[in-house]
Design a protein around this ligand. Structure first.
Ligand code: NDP
Length: 245
């Protein structure tokens, strides 16, 4: 049965945007690897929700910053589902501080997870994705907005956008597209944590649509880029932010 299904690996799929993407791709017919870093219960509940709606999913713990763990995750996906067709580089962290104050731990963590993590998964994907595959990397609209305090985080995501365009060219001849989605403020733990209600309200009104994005808003865009109607979009960054920039 699983031979007929395409397989998607979604990194950081236990919560937030990644969980929304995993559920949407499962609904669209993909067998999904629900990757997580530490939150096994949350990953399990995403996989259970997929299976109880008739989809196929497995959970897999791997810190994307650990290249050996990323290799093992692709091995596990191939063993369970027979191959990998789609990679969604969604796992990410954010620590805000002005450049005058940013601490070494936060510099290293954001570079290790957001940038090196993406490089690790792209390397595996470039060696393993089947013909006709899809890669979607999560960037951020802050790459365009260039807000104060977002320096290190935005820099890691600017690098992800550059990797997106180069990877698209490196996939020449394999019918594999590589794109990035750059959300604006989206109602998840990553966005909400550490912000006052006033700041959240102000940021919700940055968009002319006057609300925060939802994980489903972003999942719909990612699913489009993984589906049959987006095959001519390649090497692009799609800013999904309600019109902020
Ligand atoms: P959340 O903090 O809500 O969820 C993060 C997810 O990433 C969790 O599933 C977490 O797993 C996983 N994760 C964290 N570190 C690692 C790691 N080292 N290896 C594997 N998985 C990891 O984040 P969001 O859903 O908000 O963000 C998803 C992506 O979207 C990120 O790349 C973020 O930068 C980007 N983005 C988000 C925006 C927003 O406003 N929310 C705006 C623009 C971009 P676990 O549960 O196990 O900890």
């Amino acid at each position: 049965m699983s031979e007929f299904k395409k397989t998607a690996i979604v990194t950081g799929a236990s919560r937030g945007i990644g969980a929304g993407i995993a559920r949407q791709l499962a609904q669209d017919g993909f067998a999904v690897v629900v990757n997580y870093a530490g939150n096994a219960e949350a990953a399990q509940s995403v996989a259970q929700a997929i299976e109880s709606s008739g989809g196929q999913a497995m959970i897999h713990q791997a810190d994307v910053a650990d290249s050996a763990a990323v290799t093992s995750m692709f091995d596990a996906a191939e063993t369970a589902f027979g191959g990998v067709d789609v990679l969604i580089n969604n796992a990410g962290i954010m620590a805000l501080a002005p450049l005058s104050e940013v601490d070494n731990r936060h510099i290293n963590q954001q570079i290790d997870i957001n940038l090196k993590g993406t490089i690790h998964t792209l390397r595996e994907a470039s060696n393993r994705l089947r013909q006709g595959g899809r890669i979607v990397n999560l960037s951020t609209s802050v790459v365009g907005l260039k807000l104060e305090n977002y320096g290190v985080y935005a820099a890691t995501k600017a690098a992800v956008e550059t990797l997106t365009a180069i990877m698209a060219k490196e996939m020449r001849g394999r019918d594999i597209t590589v794109n990035a989605v750059a959300p604006g403020p989206t109602a998840t733990d990553l966005f909400m944590e550490g912000k006052s209600a006033e700041l959240i309200e102000r940021m919700a009104h940055m968009s002319p649509l006057e609300r925060l994005g939802t994980p489903q808003d972003i999942a719909s865009v990612v699913a489009f880029l993984c589906g049959p109607d987006s095959g001519w979009i390649n090497g692009q960054v799609l800013r999904a932010n309600g019109g902020i920039i």
